[in-house]
Design a protein around this ligand. Structure first.
Ligand code: ADP
Length: 670
């Protein structure tokens, strides 16, 4: 033993009558019995003793890793062993540097990052962490090993890195548990001299547990512990009263912990990828199913909209019967009838919110050219004044009929009447005769025969060919001529009433108010927007159903994450123990594992979204059905959020288990 210096400092750490017992089945094991000792700055204290004598238990008590069952551990007036868990973590972080027999460097971090770890846990900015790590590595003679990973270091080098890590937060106390146990004698001697130097030159309090009697000459104090009882130097027994000063943690080093979680996930790429893939499959299934629902919904909506714009309101003479709310109200109703006369059209068109109105004119008849004829429906186009509101049909050839005697025909009529002319362009300018015999009736219910006068045959010049979607055999003629023709068919002494009317609202937002006004007048009303709304709500139900099916896959993925994370926690007990020894709080550990699960979940969700989207695009290409899978922004966002949340929930249980892990148990060599 070294000769004792006269001017010994006041102790920085004291054990006062400390005992620690464990229950093992029925019996109680007294690992440490009534131990009192003081640790003094500037001194190297050795604790020697046989295996199972209680050395590690005593170190854990001194280092704030464990609490005594009796007695008290104090540091500079603070009753450390009575601090709340979080404050105890802060005590370890700032007051204690731990050195372990097997180094316990984190394998996925470089030497420099390992050294900087306690500073990271204490929220020190990264530039200062790096600088301090480099300085400490230089001090232990490993400046050139900063970027080496633990696997690339010799045992002696690894232990010196671990000592540098213990010094990172500049703690007044160093605690080393068999630091030379895994080293050859030369490296062991070097490490021990380094520790002695830290006591004597830097005036830290250094406590070392060892088997090795040959280190005794380096020590200032030597204790021996056997069966939990301490003997030897007890010159510094103290009776300093302890107070409970607060030890508060700074803010959680969120960014640093997220970085750590990323590195941990990256360390076992195949496992992280497999876990993430579980989420990816669930998300891909959900995205595919929901997007095909959305795609179909959009298709149906578009085909409805091709029948007329959202601002159009269909008016029929018959009001819907009460309670009837089917998709096509008006078709199967039995309310009172309100005939639609020319005057009715006028007043409908001047209702507040309306841009205009026109009569629906549909006449059944035949079209003829040369000796051929075909059955047709004659439709009056909407009045030209309303065309800017996009109520005019679209053409594939030529132009819309503007003057009396012009007509646009569907392609099927052209084919039937002019079989010799194969290009629709060739039909333009041809003459056809049209005879009508019936109207499509009142309110669309059945066909009403026309009076004799209607049988007049009229001749038209083909001005255009209608685009598909307007009915298969249609002759569209100018509004005024259609109205006149229809009216002339009214029986003598009666005023013609139309089978229906269409009212154009100023904007889609005005449709429902306008439709209400028309309903109040006693007419039946159907609007494009109401049909679209109903179709879309029907499809939303389908989409939700499909989403739930995809969701089941997600639940399975969540279970997978929970299992894999639980395995990871078992496997990484030691890492958790080291983090706790370096001063992480339980909340830090919880956050770390939860973040890892969440990152994997988010990455999996992103990949799943990409897979779902790509498979959709592939299917569209193979089936030649563009737009069949519609991935809307909300779906993409939902997929990412859902995948992340599933991982978060699934990760919470194993993360909680990691956080609750007893650090002493976690670090036990077994
Ligand atoms: P050393 O470090 O000197 O080898 P330890 O401090 O590890 O000794 O152990 C001292 C005694 O306490 C041993 O008998 C050991 O079996 C017992 N012990 C340590 N930890 C536990 C525990 N968690 N549960 C039960 N017994 C324990």
């Amino acid at each position: 033993m070294r000769p004792r210096s006269e001017s010994a400092d006041r102790p920085v750490l004291e054990a006062a009558g400390v005992s620690r017992s464990y229950r093992r089945g029925q019996e109680t094991v007294e690992a440490v019995r009534d131990v009192s000792l003081a640790i003094v700055p500037g001194e190297l204290t050795l604790i020697l003793g046989p295996s199972g004598g209680g050395k590690s238990t005593l170190l854990h008590l001194l280092g704030g890793m464990d609490r005594p069952t009796k007695g008290e551990v104090r540091s500079q007036g603070v009753a450390v062993s009575r601090l709340p868990a979080e404050a105890l973590a802060v005590f370890r972080r700032r007051q204690i540097g731990f050195v372990f027999q097997s180094f316990y460097l984190l394998p996925h971090l470089t030497a420099a990052d390992n050294v900087a770890m306690p500073l990271l846990l204490d929220n020190v900015p990264s530039a200062r962490r790096r600088q301090r790590a480099q300085q400490l590595l230089t001090q232990v003679g490993l400046a050139d090993r900063a970027e080496f990973y633990p696997g690339q270091l010799s045992g002696g080098e690894a232990q010196r890195v671990a000592i540098a890590r213990a010094l990172a937060a500049d703690p007044p106390i160093l605690i080393a548990d068999e630091p030379t146990g895994d080293l050859d004698s030369a490296s062991g001697q070097q490490v021990m001299e380094l520790l002695a130097g830290l006591a004597h030159q830097e005036r830290r309090a250094v406590v070392v547990v060892t088997h090795n009697e040959s280190f005794v000459p380096l020590a200032d104090r030597v204790f021996r512990i056997r069966d939990g009882r301490l003997s030897g130097d007890d010159s510094a027994k103290t009776t300093v009263a302890a107070s409970q000063a607060p030890m508060t943690a700074g803010p959680r080093p969120v960014a640093a912990l997220v970085g750590l979680a990323l590195k941990a996930a990256w360390r076992r790429p195949s496992r992280s990828i497999l876990t993430g893939l579980g989420v990816a499959v669930g998300i891909a299934a959900m995205v595919l199913l929901v997007s095909v629902g959305a795609g179909l919904s959009q298709r149906v909506t578009q085909s409805i909209l091709s029948e007329g714009p959202l601002t159009t309101i269909f008016v029929s003479p018959q009001a819907a019967s009460a309670g009837s709310s089917s998709l096509f109200t008006g078709s199967a109703t039995s309310g009172p009838t309100h005939p639609i006369f020319a005057s009715t059209i006028k007043s409908l068109g001047s209702l507040p919110g309306a841009v205009g109105a026109w009569a629906e004119v549909d006449l059944i008849g035949r079209a003829m050219a040369h000796s051929r004829q075909t059955l047709i429906v004659v439709t009056a186009l909407p009045p030209q004044a309303l065309w800017p509101d996009k109520v005019a049909p679209t053409l594939s050839q030529g132009r819309l009929p503007l003057r009396t005697g012009q007509a646009a025909i569907s392609a099927s009529i052209g084919k039937a009447l002019f079989p010799a002319i194969t290009t629709p362009k060739g039909w333009l300018g041809k003459q056809i005769s049209v005879a009508v015999s019936a109207s499509t009736g009142q309110g669309g219910s059945g066909f009403a025969p026309l009076a004799q006068a209607a049988l007049t045959v009229r001749t038209f010049t083909v001005s255009g060919v209608l685009a598909a979607g307007l009915g298969s055999a249609q002759v569209a003629i100018p509004y005024p001529q259609g109205v006149a023709w229809f009216t002339s068919g009214a029986a003598k002494g009666t005023i013609a009433s139309y089978p229906g009317a269409e009212v154009v609202a100023g904007s889609a937002g005005q449709v429902s108010a306008l439709a209400n006004r028309i309903t109040k007048l006693g007419f039946g009303v159907t609007s494009m927007s109401s049909i679209v709304t109903q179709v879309q709500s029907a499809f939303s139900t389908v989409e939700v159903g499909l989403g739930v099916v995809g969701g089941i896959a997600l639940v399975v993925a969540g279970l997978m994450i929970a299992v894999v994370m639980a395995m990871a926690v078992l496997e990484r007990r030691r890492e958790i123990g080291v983090l706790r020894a370096l001063g992480s709080t339980t909340a830090d550990v919880f956050f770390l594992f939860l973040t890892e699960a969440t990152l994997v979940g988010f990455a999996g969700a992103a990949v799943g979204l990409l897979i779902g989207w790509s498979l959709g695009k592939l299917a569209e290409a193979v089936l030649a059905q563009p737009g069949l899978f519609l991935v809307q922004i909300w779906l993409a966002v939902l997929a990412l959020v859902l995948g992340t949340v599933v991982a978060l929930v699934a990760g919470a249980i194993p993360a909680g288990r990691a956080a609750r892990l007893n650090p002493v148990e976690a670090l036990r060599q077994d």
